[in-house]
Write a protein that binds this ligand. Structure first.
Ligand code: TAP
Length: 481
């Protein structure tokens, strides 16, 4: 039976949009060199005007972060820094509805996800790192690890507030100050976070936010006043940044792209696995670095899994991201929609067989129906390149060894999933899969205490957990490490 759902839109009234936003430097919103507009990808309406930071604005932000580092933050005892992080975490919780609605308006992701995943996890990252701030001497990096200094952080558009939290919370807990550049298409929750820093009475200059495009990011990572660069984004830009930072003495961590295998064995409970497959690739419209974009199904259950998957995909509701019933929201930008469409056309041209869920697409905005490709070979572009959209490529295997070989046949190595009832097989697979995270009988689970990061072209360094602290600490001077 198919249920019809009445619309259940979340109110936009909780969000007060300003017409225009400045840069957040030295604890205040200040004007910059030029402006650009940020739009809603679901309706293409202009949401606000945002300032584009040029090199001189980046200069001011770095100087402000340096001053705050030297005068206040690095000298402050960890237990005091921890109080600020707790306060920020509580304010994120208090303003969670506002943050969730704004994230959905600017990014296009379903409110169900921003409300239940992005915002609670962002608060959890601040709570978790608040706890570390006065215990760094017990983290396993010697008795007195030092902060690095001023950190330049560049983040993508797929989880704007959450990626900010992954970067800002550990940096601050470890005693660093930051200059953060959000993605061009999703600057608004970072700017609301700046208001939260003001509300928390965070000392001016500890967090600076410079909005802009790739050129702003380039100016930030190349700035000589930066001690460490933390980047999350595409492998292509990550390589460029690695080159820019080479022999500069800057510390660098890179969280890059992925092409994860989600491996389903013939003893897996099919309904549960199908939920995991759907969550693995259609969560956040597939704009997920660790998305399970390559499904590997054991040949003996291929027909059964595919039939159940198509049935389930037919029930996904695509549309207004602010509607609480929506499963699949808008694609973040026209450029991303074009990239997805181009790769999907290549899949068809190379001979794979395409099936898209029969859901009507809204007239305005950027949309792509959940899509699955079968008859995919490992050589096809859709099996090798990151699509970063709601598109799944299905391959088959016969033995566990073949599954491992196919799963590892990628330049990436961010995540993987294994579905089977056998615990021993899970451990056997996990020890052979070249991926930073391996989920067993689940997918896309995140926790601030669990380190996340890649192998190979998915980058290096970890975010989250005790391991993630190392990225923001100078442990070299510690004799007892
Ligand atoms: P990118 O195009 O690489 O952009 C990421 C950020 O870098 C944006 O803020 C971008 O600014 C900025 N940027 C662009 N060119 C730059 C340059 N030359 N120097 C410095 N900064 C520059 O990636 P994206 O399309 O926003 O994000 C999608 C990618 O991020 C995917 O590959 C995805 O896998 C990856 N990702 C990885 C992870 C982890 S944890 N590994 C998590 C999320 C996403 P503009 O937006 O203004 O261009």
């Amino acid at each position: 039976m198919r249920f019809e759902y009445s619309p259940a839109p979340e109110s936009r009234a909780t969000v007060t949009l300003r017409d225009s936003y400045g840069l957040f430097i030295g604890g205040a919103f200040v004007p910059g060199s030029s402006v650009f507009k940020t739009i809603s990808p679901a309706s293409e309406e202009v949401l606000a005007e945002v300032t584009h930071a040029g090199p001189e604005d980046v200069d001011r932000a770095v100087a402000s972060a340096r001053q705050a580092y030297e005068r206040t933050w690095s000298a402050m005892p960890g237990r005091e820094r921890g109080k600020y992080l707790f306060r920020i975490a509580r304010l994120i919780q208090e303003r969670s509805r506002e943050l969730a609605v704004l994230e959905t308006m600017d990014n296009g992701k379903p409110i169900r996800e921003s409300r239940d995943i992005d915002v609670p996890l962002a608060a959890a990252h601040f709570f978790y790192h608040a706890g570390w701030a006065d215990k760094l001497g017990y983290a396993g990096f010697g008795s007195s690890p030092r902060p690095l200094g001023v950190v330049g952080q560049v983040i993508p558009w797929n989880f704007p507030l959450l990626m900010l939290a992954w970067k800002v919370a550990p940096a601050l807990a470890c005693g660093n100050t930051v200059v953060l550049k959000p993605a061009e298409t999703t600057p608004l929750t970072a700017l609301l976070f700046a208001e939260i820093c003001q509300q928390a009475d965070l000392p001016p200059g500890v967090v600076n936010i410079v909005t802009g495009d790739g050129a702003t990011g380039q100016a930030l990572v190349a700035h000589p006043g930066i001690d460490k660069v933390a980047f999350t984004g595409s492998t292509e830009v990550g390589k460029e940044i690695a080159r820019a930072c080479a022999v500069s003495g800057k510390r660098l961590t890179l969280e890059l792209g992925g092409k994860a295998a989600n491996v389903v064995f013939d003893d897996a409970p099919v309904d549960q696995a199908v939920e995991g497959i759907v969550n693995g690739i259609f969560f956040n419209q597939g704009h997920v670095c660790c998305a399970g974009s390559r499904l590997l199904v054991q040949e003996s259950v291929y027909d059964e899994v595919l039939a159940a998957l198509r049935r389930r995909m037919g029930t996904l509701r695509l549309g207004d991201p602010l509607d609480k019933n929506t499963d699949v929201g808008a694609i973040n930008s026209r450029a991303q929609l074009d990239k997805i469409s181009e790769l999907v056309s290549s899949g068809e041209a190379e001979g794979a067989s395409r099936w898209s869920a029969p859901c009507p697409l809204p007239d305005r905005g950027f949309w792509f129906a959940p899509t699955v490709f079968t008859e995919v070979s490992q050589a096809h572009r859709i099996a090798r390149e990151e699509i970063f959209g709601p598109v799944l490529s299905v391959l088959t295997f016969r033995t566990p060894a073949e599954a491992v070989e196919k799963a590892n046949n990628t330049p990436y190595g961010l995540s993987a999933g294994v579905w089977t009832e056998k615990g021993s097989l899970i451990l056997w697979m996990a020890s052979r899969l070249r991926a930073g995270v391996v989920w067993a009988n689940t997918f896309n689970r995140f926790d601030p205490s669990s380190p996340f990061g890649g192998y190979k072209e998915s980058g290096f360094g970890r975010e989250g957990g005790r391991h993630g602290l190392e990225a923001y600490l100078d442990v070299t001077g510690n004799a007892d490490v």
